[in-house]
Design a protein around this ligand. Structure first.
Ligand code: MEV
Length: 307
């Protein structure tokens, strides 16, 4: 939260990558998520009433959804008198937490306007959660928890209780390369299709979810010990399990293989996956791989998570 040049103030919501545990987290497994340097900035300017200026470039359906989500958050924040606009540096709908970043940036701006000071992380997460519920129905909450906290987290959803969220004490920085493998269908469709398979064959899918959750717990311990090789290996195995769950694609598999060939200690799809989206690789030094992929025309960026 900082003053904006020309008046008002700015609130930032970072995007995220899930290093371990997506999809299984919806069913109660642990996930390991980290924020990235790209994200969404909300600009709040004092005004006569509470208004949202949706970006002009949005299609009609997205615009309507965003306005509905804003209305839900504004109502809960007491409709403070500000006009809010947003700007994003995040690739949208690629599994990088763009909707959660929008929700956290807007919620931060609303709460700051309502109370006159930066909100506590729990309040921010709660309000952003109301917006995420409009975007996604019943998300696990890992995306906006990571964005609201702005640090690496272990997240676990619990039935009828608040989620367990632990900020991780990393031993070493995590150097990541995120590569885009192509456009994809919306998260809610991929989550819903997996839910149909899970409902039909609960024991088979339950075993896979359990194994993904265990891998995430092992990965959390590895990250806190600074054992990057073990964390990378857990990411590789997790990618295989995501493929078994039916949420990978030839483009995602090929991009994960490409990152490993370029030196990644581990690489996997990140976020909902489906027919496209993003792949994340863990590196000791991601610069040579980034240069190599860029030369080959791949859209990618480096991001570093500090201890
Ligand atoms: C999406 O970023 C992560 C999923 O696990 C969905 C969720 O947690 O709600 C696929």
């Amino acid at each position: 939260m900082r003053p904006a040049p020309g008046g008002g103030y700015l609130a930032f919501g970072p995007g995220k990558v899930i290093l371990l545990g997506e999809h299984a987290v919806v069913y109660g497994g642990t996930a390991l998520a980290v924020p990235i340097r790209l994200g969404v900035t909300a600009h709040a300017r004092p005004a006569a009433s509470c208004l949202f200026r949706a970006p002009a470039a949005l299609d009609r359906a997205t615009r309507r959804l965003l306005l509905r989500a804003f209305a839900a958050a504004a109502e809960a924040a007491g409709r403070p008198p500000v006009t809010i606009s947003v700007q994003s540096t995040l690739p949208m709908s690629m599994g990088l937490g763009s909707s959660a970043a929008v929700a956290v940036a807007i919620s931060g701006a609303l709460l700051r306007a309502a109370a006159g000071r930066a909100p506590a992380a729990a309040r921010l997460r709660d309000l952003a959660g109301r917006m995420e519920a409009v975007f996604h129905g019943t998300p696990s909450g890992v995306d906006h928890a990571c964005s609201a906290l702005g640090g690496p987290i272990a997240f676990r959803r619990r039935e009828g209780r608040p989620p367990r969220i632990r900020r991780l004490a990393l031993r070493r920085p995590l150097e990541l390369l995120v590569a885009i493998a192509g456009s994809r269908r919306p998260t809610r469709d991929t989550v819903a299709a997996l839910r149909r398979r899970q409902a039909r064959w609960p024991s088979r899918y339950g075993r896979l979810f359990q194994e993904v959750g265990r891998l995430a717990e092992e990965g959390v311990r590895a990250a806190e010990r600074g054992d990057l090789e073990s964390l990378g290996d857990a990411m590789n195995v997790n990618h295989g399990l995501l493929a078994a769950l039916g949420v990978s694609s030839p483009a995602l598999d090929a991009m994960a293989a490409r990152l490993r060939a370029a030196g990644a200690l581990g690489a996997k799809l990140t976020g909902a996956g489906g027919d496209g989206g993003a792949v994340v690789g863990l590196f000791r030094d991601a610069r040579p791989a980034e240069a190599r992929l860029r030369r080959a025309g791949v859209t990618c960026f480096r991001t570093r998570v500090e201890p």
